[in-house]
Ligand binder design. Structure first.
Ligand code: ADP
Ligand code: ASP
Ligand code: MG
Length: 409
């Protein structure tokens, strides 16, 4: 008998019929003799709808109340699923993040899981129940307030729960067949991956492949929980994300991200301490900075560009303008029409010429590269937002991922 954690995303529980279908799948696993913990997201677009509603009610920032509002979405889905499972003759109990003992820090909107108590989850399992836990939420013990983990956070709930319960696997049920070589909704020729390493999936997720939240992959890697990403619409296997893969990939996939904006501080005096003067206050304000590029200095001045999530761009601009005035820089510019395109593959580190081919391909399509960053297994370029589809498709055509070691030789 195995213990499995199954997570169902928004589309998978979008309406009554889908909830009954999920219930059927859960009941089938339970009847096979497995212990089952289910993590649910809010139904369909509920989270977006609630966010829109809040902006119609108020223009202010209400971090605590926002979390109170958004956690309601998952609460609806979990209760309905418990009812649908009970209807099929299996006992089920739904628990909020707080009831499940998911303890977080008190960063509203982006809380980190600190500890999972899980007493009631274990008690439910011991009593033979299917235990349903609301995804994306926890409670901060300091303030006793409910928190949310950031968009896509139900994935993190699921993998963290799987780790803390010592589950045999974590199944992420979603609206596509698994992890593809590129977003299957953008690239018609994208291929389903049988497997990807934690390392690769982490870079894909950080690069914008939202099929798994990056933090869930981190939990998987840290605690050795294999993650099976698969469709909630049929029974075929999807993608296994795990430590070791059988096949080594030079390019496992191509990710893109349109959620960031580029901030440029112009005419920064080129002297020690200016980067610290800029990024210190950014960190203090909680601005999550991704890529950073400092241009070559001309006449003692330089430009510094960096990317931030679009929703914090106004705050980043404010902080940058304040710092620019302090250090005698010329001005600040924010460009929201950008996108990041990333090539990811663990065997890339042993190959030469990948970056050159990437840059040449983009050039051939008249796509200008505004920023570049690399890790040992990833190359990312920032390009114009309206050229992102062409960038991803042309790179997918040229590299034909998964480009495995030994392919074609
Ligand atoms: P869920 O609601 O199940 O959590 P998400 O919308 O968060 O689903 O994630 C699934 C979506 O991720 C897919 O519909 C797909 O458009 C997108 N996606 C982006 N990149 C990839 C990729 N490389 N492989 C699969 N899906 C991807
Ligand atoms: N409902 C939340 C969101 O839309 C969490 C999730 O779906 O994982 O981001
Ligand atoms: Mg998701």
């Amino acid at each position: 008998m195995a213990l499995i954690v199954q997570k169902y995303g928004g589309t998978s529980v979008a309406d009554a019929e889908r909830i009954r279908a999920v219930a059927k799948r859960v009941v089938a696993a339970r009847r096979r003799g497995d212990d089952v913990v289910v993590v649910v997201s809010a139904m369909g677009e509920t989270t977006d709808d609630l966010m829109r509603l809040s902006s119609e009610v108020s223009g202010g920032v209400h971090a605590r109340e926002m979390d109170m509002l958004l956690t309601a979405g998952e609460r609806i889905a979990m209760a309905l699923l418990a009812m649908a499972i009970a209807d099929q003759g299996i006992e089920a109990i739904s628990l909020t993040g707080s009831q499940a003992g998911i303890l977080t820090d008190n960063t509203h909107g982006g809380a980190k899981i600190r500890e999972i108590k899980g007493d009631r989850v274990r008690a439910g399992l011991a009593a033979g129940q299917v235990v349903i836990v609301a995804g994306f939420q926890g409670v901060a013990p300091d303030t006793k307030d409910v928190t949310t983990l950031g968009r896509g956070g139900s994935d993190a709930t699921a993998v963290a729960l799987a780790a803390s319960l010592g589950a045999d696997a974590c199944e992420i049920y979603t609206d596509v067949d698994g992890v593809f070589t590129a977003d299957p909704r953008r690239v018609a020729g994208a291929r389903l991956l049988g497997e990807a390493s934690f390392e690769e999936m982490l870079e894909m997720a950080a690069g914008g492949a939202r099929v798994l939240m990056a933090r869930s992959v981190e939990f998987g890697r840290r605690y050795g929980v294999p993650i099976h990403v698969r469709s909630s619409f049929h029974d075929r296997p999807g993608t296994w994300v795990k430590e070791e893969t059988m096949e080594q990939a030079i390019i496992r996939g191509i990710a893109h991200d349109t959620s960031e904006a580029k901030v440029t501080v112009h005419g920064v005096p080129d002297r020690p301490g200016v980067a610290a003067a800029l990024f210190g206050p950014m960190a203090d304000e909680g601005v999550d900075v991704d890529m950073i590029v400092q241009n070559v200095s001309t006449g003692g001045h330089t430009d510094i560009s960096f990317t931030v999530p679009k929703e914090v761009a106004p705050l980043a601009r404010k902080v940058a303008e304040r710092v620019a005035a302090d250090i005698g820089a010329q001005g600040v510019d924010v460009d929201e029409n950008i996108a990041k395109v990333s090539l990811v593959g663990a065997a890339m580190k042993d190959e030469t010429g990948i970056a050159a081919t990437m840059f040449r391909t983009l050039a051939e399509h008249e796509i200008n590269i505004e920023m570049i960053s690399t890790s040992t297994i990833r190359i990312s370029c920032v390009v114009k937002g309206d050229q992102v589809d062409e960038a991803v498709k042309s790179l997918h055509d040229v590299f034909e991922p998964p480009l495995l070691v030994g392919d074609g030789s």
